[in-house]
Design a protein around this ligand. Structure first.
Ligand code: HEM
Ligand code: HEM
Length: 175
């Protein structure tokens, strides 16, 4: 009986593990892609304006994907904010809201001052000076918020890198 229980536990665990690994791999891939895009997109002299604009549009798609992957977090935490919860949870939630608003403001203002990507698609944006100011000012504080966001998730990043990248390389290397 004991052996049977153990077998079924292993089997059940074995069935669940790949699904969880796949989700982790998907999260990790999107996180890595948006991180690299962010590092490039804040460095306009490195890429030039045309590539900057296309990468800016790519990171917008990446961030929508990242947020959709965390729909559960958004729904659960928003509900939690309606009832009694800790100060730390509220600060964490406010940080996420500010991060979201910050990226939306950079991307929308970026599209409104676009000189290459949108005209190439046949759309002429208004390009007001005020929008340029919004674009540059939002970058200033979103940079800090992103650094805090990454720092708060640092343990997950280290553990997952260890499991998905370093241990995998170590296994292939030892063959
Ligand atoms: C360059 C920008 C960003 C990077 C590199 C980044 C990276 C990460 C990482 C590494 C994690 C932990 C692993 C995971 O669950 O995926 C995470 C979680 C999360 N991120 Fe981001 N993120 C960025 C922007 C954003 C933005 C703009 C939002 C929008 C609100 C956001 C919302 C979330 C949420 C809701 C979680 C889950 C938090 C939790 O489970 O405690 N992220 N992000
Ligand atoms: C997360 C996304 C983005 C970030 C972090 C970002 C960041 C920046 C930064 C730091 C600059 C200043 C460059 C400098 O003065 O050296 C800049 C300029 C600019 N960005 Fe973005 N950007 C983003 C998305 C976009 C998008 C989507 C577009 C349009 C499709 C765009 C269009 C522009 C334009 C036209 C300029 C030049 C403004 C000027 O000096 O006339 N950006 N951006």
């Amino acid at each position: 009986m004991e052996t049977m229980n153990q077998t079924s536990r292993v089997k059940r665990g074995g069935e669940r593990a790949p699904a969880r690994n796949n989700r982790t791999l998907r999260l990790y891939t999107v996180d890595a892609v948006i991180f690299v895009l962010f590092a490039l997109v804040i460095n306009v002299p490195l890429t030039g304006l045309a590539i900057h604009e296309w990468l800016g549009i790519a990171i917008a798609i990446g961030l929508v994907t990242h947020t959709v992957q965390h729909t559960n977090w958004v729904v659960t935490t928003t509900r939690r904010m309606m009832s009694a919860t800790s100060f730390q949870n509220r600060v964490n939630y406010l940080l996420m809201v500010a991060l979201f608003i910050g990226f939306v403001s950079i991307i929308v203002s970026g599209l409104l001052i676009s000189e290459v990507a949108l005209p190439w698609l046949g759309v002429t944006p208004p390009g007001a000076r005020f929008m340029l100011w919004i674009h540059l000012a939002s970058v200033g504080w979103v940079l800090w918020l992103t650094a805090i966001h990454i720092a708060l998730n640092w343990r997950w990043i280290v553990n997952t890198s260890d499991r998905l990248v370093f241990k995998r390389f170590a296994r292939t290397g030892s063959r």
